[in-house]
Design a protein around this ligand. Sequence first.
Ligand code: GTP
Ligand code: MG
Length: 193
Amino acid sequence: MVSAASPDQFPKDGLPEIAFLGRSNVGKSSLLNVLTAQKNLARVSSTPGRTRWVNFFRYGSDLYLADLPGYGYAKVPEAVRLSWEHLVTSYMVDRAPLALCLFLVDVRHDPTDGDATLREFLEQNGLRYALVATKADKLGRGELARRVSALQKGLGARAQDVVAVSSQTGAGTDALWRLIRTAAVNHPKGSMA
Ligand code: GTP
Ligand code: MG
């Protein structure tokens, strides 16, 4: 793992990177842990705003999973918020190894202003992204289908895909791995079969 507090600390080997983005507490670090089948690789916390750097987890010799600080956590001082925002945008703009962004939203909640801003940012910068609806275990089957369908028509209308996942049950993680592998293998430096 590489923890980067500034752009000069980002990996330099050019391996494809998959970025985990979204509101604070949406479940980025938890998802990263189940995807890699490790309990405490990325720190999960009941305290929002726990992830403060860009944490790159190298997955074999194939790719990096990049855990980014979340937005929308009100208790963060303005100066800290600005420094995170700067770090995240400096990562996403012109980052050649970035193969796919995973844009996480809590399946139970309507999109926030921060979500709308992130969508705009992704689209304006021509970044490929999939919308990932987290905490799917919190809803029954019918309600889950309704929420996912609303996301497909709304926030995720221009996303490459919309996938519902649960870090608690593992639901949706196979589908998400397929998206990750496809993006990585199609990346110029991708080698994953
Ligand atoms: P920041 O680092 O603050 O941006 O948060 P994060 O997006 O990394 O969220 P994190 O993974 O730390 O999870 C936040 C809280 O949501 C924790 O209490 C998790 O246990 C809980 N959580 C995450 N994923 C799921 C899920 O799929 N189901 C349920 N029920 N709870 C989840
Ligand atoms: Mg986190």
